[in-house]
Design a protein around this ligand. Sequence first.
Ligand code: PHE
Length: 453
Amino acid sequence: MEKRGSFGSKLGIVLATAGSAVGLGNVWRFSTEVGANGGAAFILIYIACVVFLGVPLIVAEFVIGRHTHKNTADAYKELAPHSPWVLQGYLGVLTAWIILCYYSVVSGWTLKYLVSSIANQVTTVEDSAAYFIHFTSNPWMPVLYMVLVMLLSHLIIIRGVQGGIEKFSKVMMPLLLLIIAVMVVCSFSMPGTEEGLRFLLLPDFSKINPNVFLSAMGQAFFSLSVGMGCLCTYASYFTDDSKLMKTAGSVALIDTMVAIMSGFIIFPAVFSVANVAPDAGPGLVFITLPNVFQMAFADVPIVGWLFAVFFYLLLLLAALTSMISIHEPVTAFLLERFGFTRRNATRIVTAACIVVGVLCSMSFGPLSDVHIIKDMSFFESFDFLSAKILMPIGGIIVALFAGWKLDRKMVYDEITNHGTLHSWTFPIFMFLIKWVAPLAIGLIFFNELGFFK
Ligand code: PHE
């Protein structure tokens, strides 16, 4: 058995975990949700969800992972042997694998858009919707890009926790934050951005309804990577002196700032190009934005080109640091449970994801008529199953497990590093995780299933 990996520094821990949280969800999913749910008021509710539900769940997963120093499945097995709680460990691994299969498809699109924008195709194309559909419906090209990003993720994971995940995150996260900051400044300097800023900053509370609450919660969970085995697995590599509350707070802060900053990049640009609606849907990033870059910089095409290249580079880096965090829980499970070497465990996961990823990728082309769940394609079924079923269930179980099943003293010891850190946050955490989180997530879940419609 190989020696178990561990992160080397506190900075590495924060950057790797923030790398997991900051992903496609912060850029395309967040902007789509903000656009569809009325802007600033949604953002306020989103922030409340992050603080009162997201952070406690992150801490709960950290406690489980760092206490056991085991992969998700074995962590639950150690903490609650021979009980149904053990299922949550397997559920975490399964959810990670399912997410990886389709997340890699969209990550592949971002690689394609980076390559095309470098080749100056994205910002010169006449009809960006046709361009997007032409690409995604092609049987092989999106598969090729999906395989390429899977291999990139593979190459990082195979190098292990410190040499792969931590090293990559430590270089890529600062780069990503820098690109975002530069792009925000550029976006602000475009003509006609006030409307975009008003949309993002001035809340219109008439837009708030129960659905907005529920969308905000769902977005917060997806964005923070909670409810599946990912944070628990990363926490199993934390050093014992790491501070769980502080790390969770930093990760949530970075994740939220990146989401809001990407809103600042996207919306002023969208509003400065008059005929583009802010609620253009998931196509916003791949269909609307190329138009925006093109039109906003019609006089100086080189700036449009630069903007596009940096934007898709940013998206790809964000996607990759999340992909590795979805790759790792499954790899760690195979490695520790079945005694594979890291090399072989990674190979199995990569291969299994590529095979199913091909089906997800082809859902936009040759397999678009194949329905798995109801009338949903492979891709849509995987997205639905993970984000709308498995992650909320996972979230409820994690909250109940940490709030009701785990020994309170053990949780206290983990959070305060055996009483050496301040403990005023502990009762607040316990209240949120015991009562608020299970009830609120239950609400999202049953709403998603249509119980309140
Ligand atoms: N949080 C990531 C994002 O915002 C997605 C993700 C979900 C990563 C679940 C890991 C686990 O894109």
